[in-house]
Design a protein around this ligand. Sequence first.
Ligand code: 13P
Length: 241
Amino acid sequence: MNEWEPNVERQLRRDLAKFSRWLSRIGFTPGTAGNLSLRLDARRLLVTPTGVSKGLIRPSDMVIVDLEGRLLAGSRKVTSEIDMHVAVYHVREDVGAVVHAHPPMATAFACSGRGLDQILCQEAVMTVGVVPLATYATTGTGEVAASLLPLLPDHDAILLENHGVVCCGQTLPDAFMKMETVEHLAHLTLVAHQLGSARPLRPEQIQQLRSARRKYQENSQACSSDSETQVQAAGAATIAT
Ligand code: 13P
């Protein structure tokens, strides 16, 4: 073991607790809802345990599993949605973190059988794009992973029918910010339709924005590497608190 590995794990545990509490503070994880994970290294995931408030969770509560979801370390039981997390990492080698939550607006869309499939605002193109709806699956079963499989290759944010939202990203802040964005898009989609004159962007406008997006992403990556201590541990990334 490298001498810095315990420090990396300690920092990643703190990050997972910090973003769990943040999700809770903004009302995305009522009760014990939600679960988060990240790649600890090439063979292991650091994951939130089942049945714990994300507002009260501590770094020491986190558990470690292998890439099949089998418990390797930790005194608690792993999240009931571990199959969903594992499925994302299997399909998407580029993904370093997964966040599942129940943000109210986006979950209301998922409970109404509606994805966020109209591009109404520029921000959608710049961030998560269309957010599709995965078919109904019973929470805590392998059905959830199966429902995601057809959508995962092309989407970083997916609504789960009658359930919630799952987002993935290269890093934990990346996955977290996608979750925030999905909720924002759900909110403004609802209001635009309530106003009665929702105007989706035209295909040529979307095309122009896709070009702008490449530039925007280059700039935001440059900014984030200035402000974050990125700790690379065989694919795992974190930010300093
Ligand atoms: P866990 O407490 O098992 O992580 O489950 C919470 C949840 O949101 C299920 O979808």
